[in-house]
Write a protein of this length. Structure first.
Length: 134
């Protein structure tokens, strides 16, 4: 999946591998199926991001719902606000707040943009979320 994800921008392959390894160091499990999912276990799996290799986009739809289920909705809010600031986007909801997505210029953020700095800012947001949940 990493090869597919980095096909349009091969220069980010090493950044991608390093970013995913550092996510694992923070306690996130990188689940691979048709997508790459960054999940954190806190009584249940919380999906902080779904990365679509074919399009290179990142979806945050589920993080608020699962954080809310464990009584940590504020963690999702802080994470999503930080991610939106990072990419210059906005948070769109389904009206009930359960599904919250980051959108930039009418679409989901691009993975390569989120890891342009090696993923440092995104890792900081993930690390802060993990620390608060623990």
């Amino acid at each position: 999946l990493i090869t597919v994800l980095t096909r349009s921008n091969p220069s980010i392959e090493m950044k991608t591998r390093t970013f995913l390894a550092r996510c694992a160091d923070l306690g996130f499990r990188v689940e691979t199926k048709k997508t790459l999912m960054l999940k954190f276990r806190a009584g249940r799996n919380i999906n902080f991001a779904t990365i679509y290799p074919e399009t290179g986009t990142v979806d945050t739809s589920y993080v608020y719902y699962f954080c809310e289920q464990i009584g940590k909705a504020e963690v999702a809010e802080q994470y999503l606000q930080g991610l939106a600031r990072l990419v210059g986007g906005e948070i769109l909801t389904d009206g009930e707040k359960r599904t919250q997505r980051i959108f930039v210029n009418g679409g989901p953020p691009r993975f390569d943009r989120l890891i342009a700095d090696g993923g440092e800012q995104w890792l900081a947001l993930l690390g802060a979320a993990a620390s608060t949940i623990r």
